[in-house]
Design a protein around this ligand. Structure first.
Ligand code: ADP
Ligand code: MG
Length: 698
């Protein structure tokens, strides 16, 4: 049996393998490309490709693929074998630098949101040397970006890499002003905590709603849910433990540092957190993690649900995006440091994030907007749809003292001057951490908690990187032109605090009073649904910021908006159709059959003894008959709502109709069916119940 250090990263063409398999010159040249974005010449690419192929073949690989992340939500791959005919009639295993650098998948079957109409149908994939190649099954997977021949991004990686470059550029400008002449690059880092449900495959197979939509569209509240709080951090059940063991092993082989695993609040809910790494690699790793979770679950007779809200009334699943910025020399720019200069630099980066989150609340909300996540944001376990920042009382008090030029008690009653005084040590204890805040500062990083469990983390990080780059650009512009650096710095920090303190909130984000204060007093945005927020991606200030930093072109923003709206509409329409089908062919017939059986039993009893009331049976028959009539009515209403959708002029209008007509009709149908479930004999009920599903894995 091999130890973890022996198998860790064994399926990754990582730094260690590169060093041992490439010549010193080729390695140095590749390293320069990885670290500094230098362009790669074909000679080097050929040498890397040959080494990659030899390594992959030695691990049993026969094929290679350009692995990419189209706008469908999952990853895509098309396998080509290494096999090439040789002159003597045999075969050789070949892989050229050209094949490594560029591929040409047929772009026409991937969503392009209108880009295809104006540009070419063809697209190409381009190697991303900053994310290591790896082996999955018998295939060497090469992480790539995916673009149209017109140069438009058709994927999630391209804008993510662009946003990292924008942040790098502006952060370096600021660092130079602080006298840092040695840092070569600044990157953002992310550690995403992934929540998921594990249920038994048998239960899953018996529920068309889970199979078609990933969530239960019906289901009465079980007698026991999460109210006892006895699942969180509880002992992990043997079947789940076996799943986690195998999952860890597979992730480790791929160099994914899965670190913590525990039960979550809801029954059958769990969490996995890896150790943080660069945002780009972390995004690739999170996509792989989600894929491998589902694969390993099925080997164990389980199904891994990544939907944001698989069960009504039970906590949904999110993803916590822990984000920081650091230099290639290892300095975390969100860490307060020790000296007055480090403190001042920290405060400026902190302010850059505060300003970014306030100025681009809408984009952050949009970056996590899906039909699934709408069920979670604003429900009582997730952060609300209103975005705010938690800083903790001490850091907030320091900022307030700076804003007002007042003494802060930790500074021995002196008025703080940035760049001169040392910041008081503030409490970085995590015990009093606010868990309800959508965007929380946790000592040396920010935790953005609005992501849904199935979201790619690319979307949110594109926006965080770009918006922070924008704040830093404004700061750098001012500081570069300033007469006295320290005075200007002090003024700028003061101004940021006074302009953006409305976004800082240290209280309970679930509280209704907060939502009222946030929206009515502070003027913060509250986009409750995807239909509400998505069109705002096209607001002028957003388009200007994203295009100025070359993260997106105008056409790319328009196309993404269209694709996201379309996804929202399609998702809900599939759910509605599934509900109609289940209500008509499973639920109504079951309730009716049970009522008929009751009526039959009443009849038999009455024949036996006409003086019997049989009120249990007869009353229930009446109630159930009324309910089946109501179900039939609600089905009609929902079907009519779906028909009305055809009148929508465009996708935006359709999304509004979905929000206002279809989703409410789905709720009404569900209420009637869930009521029927509570009255129907279990032997007649055609679906596994919530209690059966949630407590199915032991
Ligand atoms: P929790 O939030 O459960 O208390 P931690 O704060 O230890 O757990 O870490 C949660 C996640 O944050 C992990 O994935 C961890 O690797 C990541 N993380 C820790 N430090 C940083 C950092 N400087 N930048 C980005 N992510 C980080
Ligand atoms: Mg956390």
């Amino acid at each position: 049996m091999k130890t973890v250090p022996e198998t860790f990263g064994s399926l990754v063409f990582g730094d260690r393998v590169m060093k041992s398999m490439l010549s010193a010159e080729v390695y140095a040249s590749l390293k320069k490309t990885i670290d500094e974005g230098a362009s790669l010449d074909i000679g080097v690419a050929n040498a890397v490709a040959a080494a990659m192929k030899d390594w992959a073949v030695s691990k049993g690989a026969t094929h290679f693929t350009h692995w990419f992340q189209p706008l469908t939500g999952i990853t895509a791959e098309k396998h080509d074998s290494f096999i090439s005919p040789s002159p003597d009639g045999g075969i050789i295993m070949e892989f050229s630098g050209k094949e490594l650098i560029q591929g040409e998948p047929d772009a026409s079957s991937f969503p392009s949101g209108g880009l295809r109409a104006t540009f070419e149908a063809r697209g190409y994939t381009a190697w991303d040397p900053t994310s290591y190649a790896f082996i999955k099954g018998k295939t060497l997977c090469i992480p790539t970006a995916f673009c149209s021949y017109g140069g438009h991004a058709l994927d999630k990686k391209t804008p993510l890499l662009r946003s990292m470059e924008a942040l790098n550029k502006q952060a370096l400008r600021v660092l130079r002003l602080f006298g840092n002449t040695t840092a070569k690059c600044v990157r953002s880092y992310v550690g995403p905590e992934q929540e998921y449900f594990l249920i038994s495959k048998e239960m899953y197979d018996a529920r068309p709603d889970l199979r078609f939509t990933g969530r239960t569209l019906f289901g009465a509240k079980p007698p026991k849910g999460q109210e006892m709080d006895d699942h969180y951090f509880g002992a992990i059940k043997p079947r789940v433990a076996a799943f986690m063991d195998e999952l860890n092993e597979e992730l480790w082989k791929l160099g994914i540092m899965a670190k913590t695993e525990h039960n979550e609040v809801a029954p059958a809910q769990h969490e996995l957190a890896p150790i943080y790494t660069t945002t780009n690699v972390s995004t690739d790793h999170n996509q792989l993690t989600m894929e491998i979770m589902q694969k390993i679950a099925s080997k164990h007779g389980l199904v891994c649900l990544l939907h944001e809200k698989p069960f009504a009334g039970v906590n949904g699943s999110g993803k916590h995006n822990n984000w920081s910025v650091a230099t290639d020399e290892g300095q975390n720019l969100l860490s307060p440091g020790e000296t007055p200069y480090e403190n001042a630099q920290f405060l400026l980066f902190l302010c850059a994030v505060i300003k970014a989150v306030d100025d681009y609340q809408d984009l952050l909300r949009i970056s996590v907007a899906t039909a699934g996540n709408d069920h979670r944001l604003g429900a009582n376990e997730a952060p609300p749809a209103v975005i705010s920042i938690f800083l903790g009382d001490e850091l907030s008090a320091i900022l307030e003292a700076i804003e007002k030029d007042e003494p802060y008690e930790g500074t021995k009653k002196t008025v703080m001057k940035l760049g001169v005084h040392v910041l008081p040590k503030f409490n970085r204890d995590t015990t009093d951490r606010n868990r309800t805040s959508p965007f929380a500062f946790t000592g040396n990083k920010f935790e953005f908690r609005m992501l849904g469990s199935s979201n790619s983390i690319a979307g949110a990080n594109i926006i965080i990187n770009a918006a922070v780059a924008e704040s830093l650009k404004i700061y750098a512009d001012r500081l570069e032109g300033a007469g006295d650096f320290e005075t200007e710095l002090h003024e700028m920090i003061k101004q940021t605090i006074s302009d953006h303190k409305r976004i800082i909130f240290n209280g309970n984000g679930y509280d209704d009073a907060w939502i009222k204060e946030a929206t009515e007093v502070r003027g913060l945005l509250n986009y409750r649904t995807t239909a509400d927020c998505l069109p705002h991606i096209l607001d002028r200030k957003n388009v200007e910021m994203l295009t100025a930093h070359k993260v997106f072109t105008v056409e790319e923003i328009e196309s993404r908006c269209e694709i996201m709206l379309e996804n929202y509409c399609k998702t809900v329409v599939i759910e509605a159709n599934t509900m109609v089908d289940m209500a008509k062919t499973q639920i109504a017939p079951a309730v009716s059959a049970f009522a008929a059986s009751l009526a039959g039993r009443a009849k038999v009893k009455k024949e036996l003894d006409p003086s019997l009331y049989c009120s249990y049976e007869i009353d229930l028959v009446r109630t159930l008959s009324k309910l089946t009539d109501l179900i039939a009515l609600r089905v009609d209403e929902l079907q009519n709502a779906l028909i009305v959708l055809h009148e929508a002029e465009d996708t935006e209008a359709e999304s509004v109709m979905i929000r206002d007509i279809v989703l409410p009709a789905m709720c009404e149908l569900r209420v009637a069916c869930d009521e029927a479930e509570t009255l129907t004999d279990k032997d007649f009920w055609p679906l596994p119940t919530y209690a059966e599903i949630l407590f199915s894995v032991r």
